[in-house]
Design a protein around this ligand. Structure first.
Ligand code: 6LW
Length: 464
């Protein structure tokens, strides 16, 4: 994904299992803002869900949201939405189906459009399920914002015609704007261990008067039932439940608070810490200084290529993230610190650098839709030697940075930040839909190219 624009990359992975093999289908989206989308679809397989996974098998590039259907006949079929760039059509050109040959490891036969969608429009996210003697085609419609929905259609013939559920949509939050779970759509089904059926679907939990989803799109769970040949929510309605009970356990948004202390003492770091676009490779070392993650300074967040960044997804409204860093910058082009990151255009960055006059300083960069400011100017002086503790505290639509030299007294630095800037909805006025949610991470840049580095003793992610 080197060079991918922000919010491109892996879209809507689809995991299925058939006769001892796991199949993971995904799109590597190279571009999506503008008239065209470049969407390459791949398949990887594995005997164990933890891998090793095969090399990617290229499938097609006709659109995104591919999904693999394993028919009782033993044949396999790929469905995806078809991107129509022609100005006189909707970009969402319908759901296309084509047979996949496991033997030849490629699509065979001709693609066929099997469903053009309903008046809800923006038909995407297709999955086919065989139940009783119907083929059920589940799709996402209405768009990933507040009109999001799950549509169901069925046919006795895989190639259609598909009859739409008379009570469509299966789920949407559109008519319940005051419920905490909004933007319910883009579902997929599985039969649980207890013989019940469940649907996972995307959702958003808006905060503030402008209903901004600072946690991006999240995953919700619904128990579903088959009734009169159609899929229905177990809650009897068609809007999201706030709580779900499975085998006596009630799960809701007050799930146990997540805590991660990554002390970099092992030979690898937590799977919950992610890099941007590509692995860190030679830009990081756990060996150069045992017990520390050494990040070699690379490119700024404006680049779509090589950042030295390790970040955790923000998964709760109230978080406290702390790191301890040892960094000796030689010039103002060398920076390291803690970033509250949405994408290459929007982030808040608390960083250490070297100023020709003030020496080693702690400062802040605020980037909002590409407009960069430095709200505290050069910043505040900190001792040339020794480590410093950096912290981000988030409180729903607010957040603030603080720092400490002794891990006891933390002093806020800079003004309170507007966390809604780092939300999917903040982009809406630009006409672009974003959907990644925010990350909080540690990073190092060296724009002078001298290969300086920063040593991070630990990264603590705490939901409070
Ligand atoms: C996903 C598509 C979508 O592939 O967002 O808004 C894309 N619609 O269904 C990324 O998750």
């Amino acid at each position: 994904m080197l060079g991918n624009q922000s919010s491109c990359g892996i879209w809507a992975p689809c995991l299925t299992y058939d006769k001892g093999t796991f199949y993971l289908i995904y799109t590597d989206v190279k571009s999506f803002l503008g008239m065209f989308k470049d969407t390459h679809n791949y398949l990887v397989t594995a005997k164990d869900i933890k891998g090793p996974w095969s090399e990617p098998i290229y499938l097609n590039s006709s659109g995104f949201d591919p999904s693999l259907f394993h028919d009782d006949s033993g044949k396999k079929y790929l469905v995806n939405m078809i991107m129509d760039h022609r100005r006189w059509n909707s970009k969402f050109g319908g759901i296309v189906l084509q047979e996949y040959s496991e033997e030849k490891q490629c699509l065979v036969g001709e693609p066929k459009i099997i469903f053009k969608g309903t008046p809800l429009g923006l038909t995407e996210g297709p999955h086919i399920y065989k139940h009783d003697d119907f083929y059920y085609l589940m799709t996402a419609e209405g768009g990933t914002e507040y009109a999001h929905a799950v549509t169901m259609a069925r046919s006795k013939n895989l190639l259609g015609p598909y009859e739409v559920d008379p009570c469509n949509p299966v789920i949407t939050a559109l008519h319940h704007p005051n419920q905490p779970i909004q933007k319910a759509g883009h579902g997929s089904l599985t039969e649980g261990h207890n013989g019940k059926w469940y649907m996972v679907h995307l959702c958003g939990r808006p905060v503030g008067k402008d209903r901004m989803c600072i946690l991006g799109r999240e995953t919700a769970l619904e128990e579903v039932v088959w009734k009169d040949g159609w899929l229905r929510l177990a809650n009897g309605g068609n809007s999201p439940s706030e709580t779900v009970e499975i085998a006596g356990v009630t799960a809701d948004s007050t799930v146990p608070k997540k805590y991660l202390m990554e002390d970099f003492e092992k030979d690898t770091w937590s799977i919950h810490l992610q890099t941007l676009r590509v692995p860190l490779e030679e830009r990081a070392s756990l060996k150069e200084r045992p017990g520390y993650l050494r990040l070699y300074g690379k490119e700024s967040f404006t680049s779509c290529f090589h950042q030295s960044l390790l970040a955790h997804r923000q998964q709760a409204f109230y978080c406290e993230v702390t790191t301890k860093v040892d960094f000796n910058p030689k010039n103002f082009q060398q920076m390291a610190g803690l970033v509250y990151y949405y994408d290459s255009l929007s982030y808040y960055y608390l960083y250490i650098t070297e100023d020709e006059i003030e020496g080693k300083v702690l400062s802040i960069i605020s980037n909002v839709l590409g407009k960069g400011t430095q709200p505290i100017g050069v910043g505040i002086q900190i001792p040339a030697e020794g480590e410093v503790y950096l912290r981000l505290t988030t409180e729903k639509e607010k957040a603030y940075f603080s720092y400490s030299m002794d891990n006891k007294t933390f002093l806020q630095i800079g003004e309170t930040l507007d966390a809604t800037v780092l939300s999917d909805d903040f982009y809406a006025p630009t006409g672009h839909i974003m959907f990644t949610g925010a990350f909080i991470g540690i990073c190092c840049q060296d724009l002078s190219g001298q290969g300086n580095f920063a040593d991070f003793d630990y990264f603590e992610y705490k939901e409070i």
